[in-house]
Each structure stands twice: as C-alpha cells, then as structure tokens.
Design a binder for this molecule. Structure first.
Ligand SMILES: CSCC[C@H](NC=O)C(=O)O
Ligand SMILES: [Zn+2]
Ligand SMILES: [Zn+2]
Length: 424
C-alpha cells in the first residue's frame, strides 16, 4: 500500500519548480488533482500574475471555531545538476537505503504532500474534524514570499478563514528528535559601498576605496566571530545570535583580459546576509552599521533591504514577533502530545535560523509553529544531493495524522470564551 504514496511524492518532486522560472502551473495541476481525489474544496488564487496559490478546505463540524492552516511552499531553490549524484528532478530512490533524492525532498514538498496523505488516511478512517482545516500551497517563499504568503496573510481571504494556528516548515534533525520552531530570525540584506581616490597601483596612499572597504570587512568579521563564539561555546543556540555572512565582493576595473592591475579603483562594495533573532536589539545593530561598518567619515555609504529583504524583528506594537511556547499556547501542548503519541521525540523550542513564510502569519498575530517531521536526517536544504528517506517520509505522515486529529478535535476556543460560557 505504500508504493502509491511514494510515487505521488516522486511525481510532485519531479515537477521543476526551481527559481528563477518555477513551473507553478504544473504543480497546481498536480495538487488540484490530489485535492479532487480527496474531495477537498479547492481554490486557486493569484495574488500576483502567474504566481498561483492553492487553498484547500476541509470544513469542520463547527466552522465557527478558529481554523487550522497547514502551509507549505511549492517553489524550490535552484540546483547545480552536475554536482548531484542523482538528477535533482528525477526523485530516484537509492534501493540500498530507501533515500529519495530530489530538490525539495526536505524543503518542503515532503511536508505539503504529507499533509495531504495524512488527510487521505483520516478520511479513510471517517475522521470528522470539529474545526475547519485549510491547506495552502504558496509560491515564492524562497525569494521572500512577497507575492505569496505575505499577500495571502494580508488578504481578506485570510481574514475570513479565521485561522487559529498555522503549521509551517522546520528543519531536519540528524538525531532522533524532531525540531520545533516558535520564531525565526529576520533577514536584513546589507550592501556597503566604499569610495576613494583612484591612483597608480604602485602608490601607497590613504583613503582608497579598497582600504576603506577592507576596514569595514575587518570590523564585520570581528562582530561575526563574537556571535559565532557564543554558539561554539554552547552559550547560545544558532538561532539566538545575529549571523553576518559576506556573500559578494565587487570591485576593480574590468579589462578584456580580466582586471586592470595597475589601477586602484575608486569604488568597491560588499554584500552581507544578516539574520537577526527577535530577541536581539535591531536598532543597536543598525547604529553599528552606520557608525562602524559604513561610516560616512570613511567615505562609505550603505543600503539596507536589498531585494526587499529588511524586516523588523518587532510588530507594529513594538513586540518581538514570536509564538508563545508555554502554557499560554494550547496548540504547543497539543503538538507535543501528538508527536509523543506517535512515539517520536522532540527537542526544546528553537528560533529558526533562516526565514520562512511563518513570519507573515505571526505578524498578523496568529500563532505559527515551524515543524518538518524529519528525524535521523542530515540537514540538506539548499544543498546538493538533498534527500529524504522513504521510511522517514512515511513516519511523518503518521505524525501529521496524529497532529491534525489533535488540532481539529480541540474543542476549547480561548480561555476568554470558556470563561464567558461559564458565566451563562
Ligand atoms: C530572506 S527571504 C528568502 C527566504 C529564504 N527562506 C529559506 O531559505 C531565506 O533565505 O531564509
Ligand atoms: Zn522552505
Ligand atoms: Zn528553502
């Protein structure tokens, strides 16, 4: 009985939805055909042209209760096919160990289809949800989600869904414990630019663009090391420090044979991917950028928010964007209980080190938990030879069945509503 399940996963993985030209329409056709076989209501919405978002609905017995949203993205990151041991869109299975190789096998086509397979099984056992369950397949997560989850979370459609809890992606775990995420670092993409006097390549003089930029890079590196040291010493988790990584360097005067060697250029720039946890002081980092990393006194300028990536770690009320993971959030205990029931372990709640669509839902005040059921699995998202083991995939379906059952059967509304009922 497991073969059709795996072959459906393979079919989804075989659709090339890699940027910069994801084949979204083929993915939509596939998901819609699955939805039809499950008798789920479906809707395709283009918040931006040619960027379809699919919204599936399984209506609950009490549709007035806040609903459950199971979110996944349909796009994947690009590949360097010749560096893979198996073609990245073949979804080949290594018969020796059952590993399924494909871009998206971990990030996150697995999760999207596991939701559907879990629903298939629950329907087969005639489970009837009390709460309405929505399943969304969104485009463009890998390029920031602006035309996908961001527009969706800010839409009337979303308001009308009255979502009480969102599940979104997490990370694989090399050990036996699943990882759970209550928040994520927010991206801040920075380009710093240095200017200086050009001159002969043989001349030693102050204030060259290159020297000015290098001073900044040294300063960035000291900060990077100070953050990384906290992680290495075990004092902070990966998601709890500010990461800064230089991702490009651009300078020099091009010539037909390469670069002009005896000319010191008048401009130089460097790009940095910065990620800030919601527990950090973002304003003080921005001061550091202006005063230390790109000081005007050294002929430097900077641009924050390259490719529209600059988020605030705070919401409009100045509160850090995170989902409660204590007793005040009943969904957390339900999730842990459901995983427990499936005989799987889980670790302490963490801050996701990169960024996901969950931030757009959290920003709307809706709790969102990052979770991808992949234990005993090396973390290979965005890497070559991304794979997920067949058995681990099947186990994940069972875990989602348990979670969906627990979430969809949760009868209490909020503490406040309970109190009101008691008074009546
Ligand atoms: C910052 S917008 C791009 C989102 C992307 N998400 C997953 O890898 C990331 O780089 O974190
Ligand atoms: Zn992802
Ligand atoms: Zn990704």
């Amino acid at each position: 009985a497991e073969d059709p399940i795996i072959s459906r996963f393979q079919q989804y993985l075989q659709i090339n939805t890699a940027h910069p030209s994801p084949n979204y329409h083929q993915a939509v056709d596939f998901i819609l055909s699955q939805a039809k076989s499950l008798s789920l209501q479906s809707q395709t919405i283009e918040f931006a042209p040619n960027k379809p978002l699919i919204l599936l609905k399984w209506t609950g017995k009490n549709p007035t209760l806040p609903s459950i949203l199971l979110n996944s993205h349909t796009d994947v990151v690009p590949v360097e096919p010749h560096k893979w041991s198996h073609p990245p869109f073949a979804a080949a299975i290594d018969s020796a160990n059952g590993n399924i190789y494909a871009r998206g096998s971990q990030d996150m086509k697995c999760v999207g289809l596991q939701y559907l397979e879990a629903v298939r099984n629950l329907k087969r056992f005639n489970f009837e949800p009390l709460r309405t369950i929505y399943i969304s397949f969104v485009p463009d997560e890998e390029i920031g989600g602006h035309d996908g989850a961001e527009k969706f979370a800010n839409s009337e459609v979303f308001d009308e869904m009255n979502v009480g809890i969102v599940l979104d992606e997490g990370l694989a775990s090399p050990d036996e414990s699943y990882r759970l995420f209550y928040a994520e670092r927010c991206p801040m993409w920075l380009v710093i630019k240095a200017a200086g006097a050009p001159g002969h390549g043989a001349k030693l003089y102050d204030n060259t663009a290159m020297e000015n930029l290098l001073k900044s890079i040294e300063s960035v590196r000291r900060f990077r090391a100070s953050q990384f040291d906290l992680v290495k010493a075990g004092l902070k988790a990966e998601g709890e420090v500010i990461s800064v990584n230089m991702v490009f360097l651009k300078a020099g005067t091009p010539s037909p044979t390469g670069y002009v060697m005896n000319l010191q250029p008048s401009e130089a720039q460097a790009g940095f991917d910065i990620r800030i946890p919601p527990i950090a002081d973002q304003a003080s980092l921005e001061r550091r950028i202006a005063e230390e990393w790109a000081p005007a006194s050294r002929n430097m300028t900077f641009e924050l928010g390259q490719f529209k990536q600059k988020m605030s770690v705070y919401d409009e009320n100045g509160r850090p964007i995170l989902t409660a993971h204590d007793g005040s959030n009943p969904w957390w205990a339900l999730l842990e209980g459901a995983i427990d029931k499936s005989n799987r372990r889980f670790g302490r709640p963490e801050i996701f080190p990169a960024s996901t669509d969950a931030r757009y839902f959290r920003l709307k005040g809706v709790p969102a938990i990052g979770f991808s059921p992949m234990a005993n699995t090396p973390i290979l998202l965005h890497d070559h030879n991304e794979f997920l083991n067949k058995e681990e995939y099947l186990k994940g379906i069972e875990v989602y069945e348990s979670i969906i059952k627990a979430f969809a059967s949760f009868a209490a509304e909020t503490e406040k509503d309970e109190a009101t009922k008691d008074e009546l």
